[in-house]
Write a protein that binds this ligand. Structure first.
Ligand code: G3I
Length: 359
């Protein structure tokens, strides 16, 4: 029996309500700097069941000076979620970006100081957020890219990016972060989060192999990692074929790890069709193919990196913004908050797409 596709009208129910009956959790990144906009707040209350702070959970926001913690921005995310009966996931306990100015020099003082700083940050942040946040991106983007036309080539030490964390603590900093987080909270879901593993290119394949080598080693060493977060910042100009991505997801599930799509959005091609309908159809088809592949391989959590094209980092970050003065149409809602074919594609794949047990 064909299930009726999601209504083309704007149903009151959001994407999370359409996903929930099949055990799929839909979420979105929220930026508290935009909550004064009533339309933005309404979208964030309507569509997602799960929220992730776009910047409020990072070192620069949480510990702007050594020992001075500012939980107000993250607290605003938690308060909004509580008011709307939503969950919150954490992002990110270790990342080489969004570091406050004092941190890299402090890490360079040596491994003992670096370990003490990491432990103090985890002590403060995990104890403060434990009741509300049950899943954290413990380490974000530790694996070096293999370069290529779609990702920057990153200096590497083995498979890992050369970052202040690696230079301070050595390659074992990833394991240490997960171990220190587990010591502080035995029931927290600990996620490793990264990007560039979706495409059908030799560079994406190399990134997939590097991420798999990291995860296999961590699992074999009984490092407490529970999940892989796949950012899914899709790039239309990068070819996609389900099978290489599906094979990777099967390997990850074979390690006993959960799979999340954590930052889904789409960077349109450098040259786009003249009419919006054609552009939106291309975006919807790619999103449906990628998310459909992930759900069919056991992914159960899908978050978009924002909801409206207007509010996306893709519209403002100079490295990815369109050069033709337009904005990428890579999120479910257009700049006016109207649901686009990408929204309908997500609704369709949530309601009728093939799924597999989470693991
Ligand atoms: O620091 C100010 C803060 O004081 C102010 O109150 C607030 C008001 O909104 O803005 C803050 O500024 C900016 C912040 O975004 C919030 O908009 C920061 O200067 C800016 O660097 C920050 O950029 C974020 C970036 O990560 C770095 O943290 C982007 O919004 C966010 O979309 C981007 O997200 C990353 C993921 O974390 C990891 N994966 C890639 C993704 C895209 O780059």
């Amino acid at each position: 029996m064909m299930l009726a596709p999601a209504s083309l009208a704007q149903p009151a129910r959001g994407l999370a309500a359409l996903a929930r009956p099949r055990g799929i959790l839909f979420g979105a990144a929220i930026n508290t700097g935009r909550l004064a906009d009533a339309a933005y707040a309404r979208q964030m209350a309507t569509e997602p069941q799960l929220l992730v702070p776009e910047w409020e959970g990072k070192w620069a926001a949480l510990q702007p000076e050594e020992g001075r913690f500012d939980f107000a921005p993250l607290g605003a995310v938690l308060e909004f979620a509580a008011r709307n009966a939503q969950q919150v996931r954490g992002h990110a306990l270790i990342w080489h970006q969004a570091m406050p100015d004092w941190l890299a020099p402090a890490l360079a003082a040596g491994p003992a100081r670096a370990r003490a700083l990491l432990a103090a940050h985890l002590d403060a942040v995990l104890s403060r957020t434990a009741p509300a946040i049950r899943d954290w991106d413990v380490v974000n983007e530790a694996v070096a890219n293999a370069g290529g036309p779609f990702t920057e080539n990153t200096p590497a030490v083995g498979d890992l990016r050369d970052t202040p964390w690696l230079r301070a603590l050595g390659p074992g900093y990833v394991d240490l972060a997960f171990q220190l987080a587990r010591e502080r909270d035995r029931t927290l879901r600990l996620t490793y989060n990264d990007y560039g593993v979706e495409g059908d290119t030799p560079f994406a394949e190399e990134k997939r192999q590097r991420v798999l080598r990291l995860l296999r080693r961590m699992v074999a060493a009984r490092v407490p990692v529970d999940a892989l977060g796949i950012q899914a910042h899709l790039i239309m100009d990068e070819p996609f074929r389900p099978e290489p991505f599906a094979a990777f997801l099967r390997e990850v599930r074979g390690l006993g790890l959960a799979i999340l799509l954590t930052e889904l959005d789409l960077r349109e091609a450098a040259v786009v069709p003249p009419d919006l309908a054609a552009r939106d159809a291309l975006v919807a088809a790619r999103v449906e193919a990628v998310v459909g592949t992930a759900l069919a391989e056991g992914c159960r959590t899908v978050l978009t990196w924002g909801l409206s094209d207007r509010d996306s980092w893709l519209a403002t970050d100079k490295d990815v913004a369109r050069k033709d003065g337009g904005i990428h149409r890579g999120l479910p809602l257009d700049a006016e908050g109207r649901r686009k074919p990408m929204w309908q594609a997500l609704a369709r794949v949530f309601e009728t797409g093939a799924t597999a047990p989470p693991r």
